[in-house]
Design a protein around this ligand. Structure first.
Ligand SMILES: [Zn+2]
Length: 201
């Protein structure tokens, strides 16, 4: 695998690309999950295929702004579809803040207020307080993933572009749940704490 920029990605190669999620993941026909990854040189599709099981849930939980390194292989460039990195694993380098907009609490009694209509303010159903100028408030929602390396379950590997048996030059390490780790992996994660490794069964 080769660390490269999005603009350097070529068909029939295995790549490691560091970037951020620029379009949220979506589930396509067949249960595959596709998202867009960007760096300063461009944007590329990345796909977690159905046989990767719960690995897809990890990919599905990414939001725009998450910083990730993706590891994967590319097949030939399809004539009508964009070039796609077939995800073999992902490392979460940094998580964006996930924020939900919710109705504000009542300034008088503290109960969550009800909307009086789009841009018409809020009303408290407990104490009757109304305010046409109140807007929704941001609530930070906890993320259900953390920084670290996520690897599909072993049964998925035979479906992926590059079976494990072809990782000839890669060292096999056994630390906790980790399986194979690129020799230069920790080098790629420079500046970050040693991440946790999660095998999603
Ligand atoms: Zn109230």
């Amino acid at each position: 695998m080769r660390l490269c920029k999005v603009s350097e990605i070529r068909p029939f190669s295995s790549v490691v690309v560091e970037g951020y999620v620029s379009k949220p993941p979506r589930v396509i026909t067949g249960g595959h999950v596709v998202l867009k990854l960007s760096d300063e040189t461009g944007e590329v599709d990345c796909a977690a295929y159905e046989p990767t099981g719960r690995f897809r849930e990890v990919v599905k939980s990414f939001i725009v702004g998450d910083r990730v390194s993706v590891y994967g292989g590319l097949r030939k460039a399809p004539p009508l579809h964009p070039l796609t990195v077939n995800l073999e694993k992902v490392e979460v380098l940094g998580l964006a803040k996930k924020v939900d907009l919710i109705n504000p609490p009542c300034p008088r009694c503290g109960k969550r207020m009800s909307s009086m209509g789009f841009n018409k303010g809020f009303r408290c159903e407990r104490c009757g307080y109304r305010d046409a100028k109140l807007g929704k408030v941001a609530l930070e929602v906890p993320r259900n993933i953390k920084r670290g390396l996520y690897i599909p379950p072993p049964r998925a590997h035979r479906h992926l572009t590059k079976p494990l048996t072809r990782y000839g030059l890669e060292k096999r390490l056994r630390t906790g749940f980790s399986e194979e780790i690129l020799p230069d992996f920790w080098g790629l994660a420079r500046g970050f704490q040693k991440p946790t490794i999660t095998r999603v069964a």
